[in-house]
Write a protein that binds this ligand. Structure first.
Ligand code: URA
Length: 464
């Protein structure tokens, strides 16, 4: 028996190097024991230690390596042997979906991907002052600490995501097998931790609870959907779930007494909005988050009576993290001023919260969001409307109109009149200000600008 000792549970490189040598030497799977431990990899140690000579060349398709990279992170101890069995047999079989080994590996990779996503979605940082509990990880100050229990060995593979997302924060993620500590410059690993070492309730949790209470609508209670979004396994680590359980339990009696109204009358809409915006910063509901710099959330007073909805942030908005601050924003500001609307009095947001673009050289060129991306972002738009409760919502352009009305419409067919929105409240559809920037004919641009101003003024008047 040959014993291969990998450095860690997620040691893909160690497995790959050992497996390549063994497969080229024609060592059968039944002669290898894969283990994880402290001892450095000693490929051919063990009872049958003997020199190994490469007797064949094993060509490995990229698809095999991709699958192996994910499947290695699975918690099943048989994964190393299973992958080796396929490699030693014929790695090209990876293309055969009927092969039971491939099916099992694909299922593992799926579970790993799900776990990676769960960690991204359900890690909740709690704010702590640096304490002796986290020594040697940077100067004293605020640190955000989270506890997470992954199902698989995905923590290290997920580290980069958290570093990029929270680059300027100092944070620690504690898990049973491994801890990550980021001090805004260097990522360090530490040993596993226990739940008791992670901080408990703190003011950040209060904000979460406020937010959940503010958006919780007992009349729309869908426990199944909630469980899908927030599987029970994670409930115990999330501050808001203590509250959600209580809200669910009492939902029936309170169908008419909306929690949101209650919280808002307590004047906590600002805190609820901040919590909502911070949550949106981690949004992975569609693929756009992969390329954009950040989520650009709406902004303005949560008490605004008018909400303006654009299409999506542009290049400058993506860099600044604020909606309508680039050329289209300047045009919008001019039109609002001409219509007598103070930007500070309205809430400005977008149908889609991430910048979608195509790269051309160094430039990032705007690309239209598709129906799926608009739909994926609908959740945020609904939360914003649930908080702000605008009397009038103005759609700027066709993508925004689709978000407001929940279906594809043309500007020509919907512009210029008050519309009843599906979730209640009034709506108005007009052009997107960037349309004005694209008009080459000056006279036409002036006419269109005047019509845009007229639309904004009419929407404001309808509200009054
Ligand atoms: N265009 C939009 O639709 N929204 C912005 O925030 C900027 C440009």
């Amino acid at each position: 028996m040959r014993v291969v000792t990998l450095a860690s549970e997620d040691d893909f490189e160690g497995w790959r190097d050992a497996a390549r040598g063994l497969a080229q030497a024609g060592v059968p799977p039944s002669e290898i024991l894969w283990q994880v431990g402290e001892t450095p990899t000693d490929l051919f140690a063990g009872e049958a230690a003997m020199p190994v000579v490469a007797s064949r060349v094993v060509k490995v398709p990229p698809r095999f390596l991709d699958l192996a990279r994910s499947a290695i992170l699975h918690g099943d101890p048989a994964r190393f042997a299973l992958l080796y069995a396929l490699l030693a047999d014929d790695p090209r079989r990876i293309a055969d979906p009927a092969d039971p080994r491939v099916r099992r590996l694909e299922a593992m990779a799926r579970e790993v991907r799900r776990d990676i996503h769960k960690m991204r979605a359900f890690v909740r940082f709690r704010e702590v002052r640096d304490s002796p509990a986290f020594p040697g990880i940077g100067a004293p100050g605020v640190r955000y600490v989270a506890w997470f229990e992954p199902a698989h060995h995905i923590v290290r593979a997920n580290a980069r995501f958290f570093v990029e997302r929270f680059a300027t924060m100092r944070w620690s993620i504690l898990t049973p097998a491994l801890s990550l500590h980021w001090d805004a410059e260097v990522l360090r690993e530490g040993p596993g931790a226990s739940r008791a070492e992670a901080p408990g309730e703190d003011p950040v949790e209060d904000i979460w609870k406020t937010y959940y209470a503010a958006i919780f609508n007992p009349a729309r209670l869908k426990t199944g959907a909630m469980l899908r979004e927030m599987p029970r396994k994670y409930w115990k680590n999330m501050p808001e779930t203590a509250l959600v359980r209580e809200l669910v339990a009492t939902a029936r009696q309170r169908e008419t007494a909306m929690v949101a109204a209650h919280v808002r009358s307590g004047g906590d809409a600002d805190a609820a909005w901040r919590a909502l915006r911070d949550e949106a910063a981690h949004c992975t509901r569609c693929d756009l988050h992969r390329h954009a710099m950040r989520t650009v959330f709406g902004e303005g007073s949560p008490d605004a009576r008018m909400m303006l909805v654009g299409e999506q942030p542009g290049d400058q908005e993506d860099l600044a993290g604020r909606p309508f601050v680039g050329p289209a924003g300047e045009m919008l500001d001019r039109a609002m001023a001409a219509a007598g609307i103070d930007r500070a009095s309205v809430y400005v947001t977008n149908a889609v919260k991430h910048f979608k673009f195509e790269r051309r050289g160094k430039r990032r060129i705007h690309a239209r969001p598709d129906a799926g991306e608009i739909q994926a972002c609908r959740w945020w738009y609904e939360q914003e409307r649930a908080l702000v409760k605008p009397g009038m919502t103005v759609a700027l352009g066709a993508s925004a109109a689709r978000q407001l009305l929940g279906r594809a419409v043309t500007i020509a067919a919907t512009r210029g009149r008050v519309l009843e929105l599906p979730e209640g409240g009034l709506g108005w559809v007009t052009i997107h200000p960037s349309y004005l920037l694209r008009l080459p004919d000056r006279a036409k641009a002036e006419d269109e600008f005047a019509a845009f101003v007229e639309d904004l003024a009419a929407a404001a008047k309808a509200l009054a």
